[in-house]
Design a protein around this ligand. Structure first.
Ligand code: FES
Ligand code: MG
Length: 575
């Protein structure tokens, strides 16, 4: 009963088989109540679901999956939903980043090992996006993403409040007594009042925008709130499109071209996206085999103006962004800067897809002629303190600190920081530079979001709102400040950052892309000779593997053995 077209389906290596193997593949699928005609000869579309009650941002994904299924059925395909490791940013310890690569392995092997002709990726909370795209890129099937969508705007005491961003403010207010314990607790439910991921331009929103900018989603989907019915409609249409993509053999490598990555970097700059994008985009590029490096972010993004007025760089939230017209408006504004060669999942470029976009609120999305800031992208700085680079998000930093020389106040570990930061005798003033060590990929391990260290209480009391901070950590996409991150090589492997001592002078100059430790090479050589790595006490399991195999931040912090791809072929039978 199979025509020429269906014979080519990869899933036929399972369900189209004769004899014992075919019997086994089909028989056990039938136990779920699917009659043969529902799947025989049909394109099988995997729905990779990151639903989990421990990933609250993806808590609505069983419902989203149902809409994707409806679309797949409507287009004549057969959906099979499967779970993968899901990472809930706010809950999992010590940091979700520690497990991004592991999660990507569960995605890659689940896709390759199962009878899929295409996959729909349901992504939401921060790491659930890169882990799924990385895994799918290493297999290479037609792939389409449904970003789960942001929460509705939080509301507290009459004002809009944004996920994450306002937590940092409230925490400072609570520490300094401006907010009571009751108010602090009340704000919890006010901040997270609907299904969805963080409502700010944090990492989850950044990753959703990244997928749309790369061309991995249907147009306009990234800003739609999780609970909006149009999210379900687009989920349905995504399911339909996945079936078409099988027929067109529109594989992920045809979408993830160098030009697509260039577009994603520029669009990220215009929306004031998270610095976490760098690590994830580098890792995805290395999986698909596109030559992308840290300097590309600076070269392509640092001159792009900030168009989007969203927290943490601005004042609005994702819901407002959607009502203003969403990402297609930003794409249209930037179109002269973007590469038209890159096609998206619907076969057209993101520029073509955005041609009819209209801006309904220029307070939220500024026109290119009147940007919020002239240069907004991520800048890469280098020097003896970061030979392989460190990054800073200018749109969230303070202008007056972008060129600064100050004395280092060094914290050896995050615990050391917590112990001493509010010590009234700590020798620190507003011009000091806070340095945090041992929070990089291997040093923590997992590169946690602690780079935006809270300022000492005694300085906050004096009205200080920002200071230069340097570390090999990441920072949450919802955070802000003059924060230099991702220092590579990291301190835990003997990078110069690990040799900084209290009182050393550090010089940063973002315009000229410099980060320097004013200590002579001779002194540094002496310190290096006496330097010893921390013993983290990991002798087994995933964390030992992580420390052994994780790459440095400027390479995307993937595992060395996961770089690249292995295709979708499985050469051996299971029985
Ligand atoms: Fe999940 Fe922010 S915690 S997106
Ligand atoms: Mg985050």
């Amino acid at each position: 009963m199979q025509d020429q077209n269906t014979k080519k389906l990869r899933s036929q290596d399972w369900f189209g088989k004769t004899g014992k193997d075919g019997f086994i593949y089909r028989s056990w699928i039938k136990n779920q109540g699917y009659p043969a005609h529902q799947f025989k000869g049909k394109p099988v579309i995997g729905i990779c679901n990151t639903w989990s009650e421990t990933t609250p941002c993806n808590g609505h994904f069983r419902e989203i999956a149902q809409f994707v299924k409806n679309g797949i059925y409507e287009a004549g395909g057969f959906p099979l939903e499967f779970p993968v490791m899901s990472l809930g940013e706010t809950i999992i310890r010590p940091t979700a980043m520690l497990y991004r690569n592991l999660a990507s392995m569960t995605v890659e092997e689940s896709i390759r090992g199962n009878p899929f002709d295409a996959v729909v990726l349901l992504t939401g909370c921060d790491k659930t996006t890169p882990s799924l795209v990385m895994g799918a890129a290493s297999v290479g099937l037609p792939t389409i993403v449904v970003p789960g969508g942001p929460m509705l705007n939080g509301r507290f005491q009459g004002k809009a409040i944004g996920s994450g961003t306002d937590v940092w403010r409230f925490a400072d207010d609570f520490r300094t007594g401006k907010m009571s314990a009751e108010e602090f607790e009340e704000a919890e439910a006010c901040m997270s009042r609907s299904a969805g991921h963080c409502s700010t331009m944090g990492t989850a929103s950044t990753m959703a925008v990244m997928c749309e900018a790369l061309g991995l989603t249907l147009p306009g989907i990234s800003a739609i709130p999780a609970v909006d019915s149009r999210k379900k409609m687009l989920a349905h249409m995504t399911g339909m499109r996945a079936v078409e993509m099988v027929k067109e053999d529109l594989t992920i490598d045809k979408i993830l071209t160098k030009e697509a990555f260039e577009n994603a970097i520029k669009i990220n700059a215009a929306v004031g996206g998270s610095t976490n994008l760098i690590l994830h985009l580098l890792a995805i590029a290395k999986r698909i085999g596109v030559d992308l490096n840290l300097e590309d972010f600076d070269r392509l993004g640092s001159y792009i103006p900030l168009l989007l007025n969203l927290m943490p760089s601005g004042k609005y939230l994702m819901e407002d962004f959607y009502y203003a017209g969403g990402l297609p408006v930003v794409i249209k504004e930037l179109s002269a800067e973007l590469r038209p060669e890159a096609i998206s999942v619907n076969g057209k470029s993101i520029i073509e897809n955005s041609a009819k976009a209209r801006n309904w609120n220029e307070e939220v999305i500024s026109p290119l002629a009147k940007p919020l800031k002239d240069h907004a992208g991520i800048t890469v700085v280098k020097g003896n303190l970061a030979e392989n680079g460190a990054v800073i998000k200018i749109s969230a930093a303070s202008e007056h600190l972008l060129k600064h020389r100050g004395k280092a106040v060094v914290f050896e570990t995050i615990e050391d920081y917590h112990t001493r930061i509010d010590d009234p005798n700590l020798d620190i003033d507003k011009d000091s530079i806070m340095v945090l060590k041992n929070v990089g990929p291997k040093g923590y391990p997992g590169m946690p979001e602690v780079g935006n260290m809270a300022l000492p209480k005694k300085l906050i009391d004096q009205g200080v709102t920002d200071m230069v901070r340097i570390s090999d950590a990441r920072m949450s996409g919802t955070a802000y400040g003059t924060v230099f991150l991702h220092v590579s090589p990291e301190s835990a492997i003997g990078g110069t950052l690990g040799l900084v001592e209290n009182g050393d002078y550090i010089y940063v100059d973002v315009k000229n892309k410099i980060i320097n430790l004013d200590v002579s090479d001779t002194v540094l050589a002496e310190r290096r000779a006496n330097w010893k790595p921390l013993d983290l006490g990991y002798g087994r399991g995933h964390n030992q593997m992580y420390i052994q195999h994780v790459n440095q931040a400027h390479e995307g912090a993937d595992f060395d053995f996961l770089v690249g791809n292995s295709g979708s072929k499985v050469s051996r039978e299971s029985h």
